[in-house]
Design a protein around this ligand. Structure first.
Ligand SMILES: Cc1cc2nc3c(=O)[nH]c(=O)nc-3n(C[C@H](O)[C@H](O)[C@H](O)COP(=O)(O)O)c2cc1C
Length: 89
């Protein structure tokens, strides 16, 4: 019998607000995935990029985020549009 390897995905909502539709969309996707697939919703508190603190010297939260993505089968980003174009506020 062939064993099926579980698929681990990670999700990144492009909005920090509590009632975010982006986060709700990812949560809905997470809850509707088949049993051998998981989707972890990430909420990284990433600092602004600083080249002096890159590579192995990167802050812990940056390294944790990179590892979460690197050890996943895929990253799903759901993000709103924030550029005040004709359709937005
Ligand atoms: C500053 C700002 C700019 C926005 N610009 C747009 C836009 O250009 N186009 C659009 O469709 N919606 C725009 N919106 C609406 C957001 O995309 C909408 O509120 C969305 O639900 C926010 O995502 P969230 O629910 O995950 O927080 C804008 C909202 C804000 C606050």
């Amino acid at each position: 019998m062939t064993s099926v390897v579980p698929t681990r995905l990670v999700g990144l909502p492009g909005s920090l607000r509590k009632g975010s539709f982006s986060r709700a969309t990812l949560a809905g996707l997470r809850d509707s995935l088949p049993c051998r697939t998981s989707l972890e919703l990430l909420s990284p508190e990433l600092p602004l990029y600083n080249e002096d603190e890159d590579g192995n010297h990167a802050p812990l939260e940056v390294r944790q985020f990179r590892n979460a993505v690197a050890y996943s089968a895929g990253l799903i980003i759901v993000t709103p549009e924030y550029n005040h174009d004709a359709r937005g506020p």
